[in-house]
Design a protein around this ligand. Sequence first.
Ligand code: JB3
Length: 214
Amino acid sequence: MKRTLLLGAGGHARAVIDFLKDSPGIEIVGLVEKDGSFPGQTVAGFPVIGTDSMLTDLFRQGISYALITVGGIGDNTLRETLYIKTKEIGFSFINALHPSAIISSTVEMGNGNTFMAGTIIGPGTTVGNNVLVNTGAIIDHDCRLEDHIHIGPGARIAGGVEIKSGSHIGIGAVVIQNRKIGRDALVAAGAVVIDDVPDRAVVAGVPARILKYR
Ligand code: JB3
């Protein structure tokens, strides 16, 4: 049984617990909040047992698995920072796969990934670590997703798309085939990407245009 801590105790954590609590081989021990917050409350029936500064102690107590459950809409910096910090302490990461996620048997993935209800991942696609594919998003064949990416609910990524670390694809956005999305880029909700997106660019609209860099 993988005794697992969830980092972040908000709305996304509640959505993950909804299926993770029934996942074979995984025991949710509790949630951890940011420093300065007060443990004690529960989320979907599971206790908030501490804050980030207690992670080393919790690891020493024998909780050796973790999952980042901060959604962090639009900015994956916190998700990335928490993943790196937790990994350095020594935690391993589970992959949280909703039972309705359709993931090709040829998909290769790392750890710490979350595939919410109704997601579809096509053949030949590779997924790094700490990637969140939110409800109903589709990533078609032969895509390459690096680390700490968030694909928003209902986004559709065509075949052969490459997405670099830390990028966010907004709810309902579309990326046509074989395009490259740069590091820490932001594709706004509903955008239709027909050109490559540079590193740290914020793009929006149909077709998507660069608004600024961040
Ligand atoms: O749109 C959808 C389907 N989901 C959204 C998701 C992707 O993002 C959802 O609607 C939410 O708006 C948002 O969910 P998230 O990230 O859970 O947001 P929120 O409900 O604000 O909860 C974030 C939690 O993370 C809060 O409890 C924060 O206190 C906590 N948090 C913030 N910083 C942290 C830290 N937790 C830890 N452990 N460490 C931190 O540094």
